[in-house]
Design a protein around this ligand. Structure first.
Ligand code: DAH
Length: 355
């Protein structure tokens, strides 16, 4: 038997013993390491008589391949058996009873915000956001409500520092300011979010929700405002006709200003929107005051527009027949189960933001 054959036999015997990964790697370097047996044989090729060199080289290559294949298959075997051992240990017991599964509900306020955003998005309004902690300038001064303006007292503000520079925003109107300061007209946005005032009874909570609307362009007027609100209210309450009236009012940041009431009646103990001779106030609005536009460097010779602020909680109460505002924020799971929305059970007029 040639030397090469002897080497092959010897190592096949070795590799067929019970080896672990470490032993196999040792054998591998014994054969193929820098000074390994096979590697040294390759170095010898040059010293072999020319007549025998070709035969020797081809025999050596075959033996190298055989041993290498054997080593690889042994390594594979060991790795597979380790994986199988692990899998055996991790077997899932399919006979165990399932864990209790509690499906959450969407809060009526979140649902209402989604519905409002969806309706306004369809007619070209972008949704903007602002922080709950605002500075005094954005919340009041820039909105044409300087120090000592009586409207400041009406807001029952939660101030966060002694100098009254930081506060919890009392309305979503500061998002108008933030939007106009960071961009260029035209602006067509709504800004839903949390607002805060030191006030609490059956119809007021210290934290509540508003949605601000702002549309500034070259020729926007009160007619556009009326058309937009009319469309929104019909879509939101899912009715074909509504009664709506604009009552003159005052806000420092709009001129002229109005409050909007919608007609309703009570039928079988339930509120029906759009019919009857009772009136319900649902929002404030007006044409944005030139002083506000000047404060955010919008050219009042070229641009004008409207703004509105709607109380979201009140809309949610009306639409979903909830009569105590405080229940929204009690975090009573039973209440949420009753009034909340199934994430997959979407009301008929909800179109989803992506459509
Ligand atoms: N910010 C007002 C409030 O909280 C609501 C409001 C009224 C917003 C008129 C507006 C507006 O943008 O034009 O009472």
């Amino acid at each position: 038997m040639s030397d090469l054959k002897k080497i092959k036999e010897e190592f096949i015997l070795k590799l067929n013993k019970k080896l672990n990964l470490e032993n196999i790697n040792q054998v591998k370097s014994e054969l193929f390491g820098k000074n390994g047996i096979i590697s040294s044989q390759f170095k010898n090729i040059g010293k072999i008589k020319e007549s025998e060199r070709k035969k020797f080289a081809s025999e050596l290559n075959l033996i190298k391949d055989d041993l290498q294949n054997l080593i690889n298959s042994k390594i594979n075997e060991i790795e597979n058996s380790e994986i199988n051992k692990k899998l055996d240990k991790e077997k899932i017991d399919v006979t165990l009873p399932e864990r209790p599964f509690i499906k959450g509900k969407i809060h009526p306020v979140s649902q209402t915000i989604d519905e409002i955003s969806s309706i306004f998005s369809e007619i070209g309004f972008n949704v903007e956001e602002g922080p709950d902690v605002e500075n005094e300038y954005n919340n009041f001064t820039a909105l044409n409500t300087p120090d000592n303006h009586p409207a400041r007292d009406m807001h029952d503000t939660f101030y966060l520092d002694e100098k009254k520079q930081k506060l919890l925003r009392t309305h979503t109107s500061p998002v108008q300011i933030r939007t106009m300061l960071k961009g260029k007209p035209p602006f067509k946005i709504i800004a839903p979010g949390r607002t805060y005032r030191s006030d609490s009874d059956q119809t007021h909570a210290p934290m509540f929700h508003q949605v601000e609307g702002l549309y500034i362009d070259k020729n926007i007027n009160m007619g556009h405002l009326k058309g937009c609100l009319n469309y929104f209210i019909k879509e939101f309450f899912e009715v074909n006709k509504i009664k709506m009236r604009f009552r003159p009012s005052h806000f420092p940041f709009t001129e002229p200003s109005a409050e909007v009431d919608i007609g309703y009646e009570i039928k079988d103990g339930k509120i029906v929107i759009g019919e009857g001779d009772k009136w319900l106030e649902i929002l404030g609005c007006g044409m944005v005051h030139p002083n506000v536009l000047k404060n955010v460097k919008v050219d009042i010779e070229k641009y004008q527009g409207y703004a509105f602020g709607i109380g979201i909680d009140r809309l949610a109460m009306l639409k979903y027949g909830i009569n105590d505002l405080r229940a929204f924020f009690d975090c009573d799971y039973r209440w949420l189960n009753h009034f909340g929305f199934d994430p997959l059970d979407v009301p008929t007029n909800y179109r989803g933001l992506s459509r």
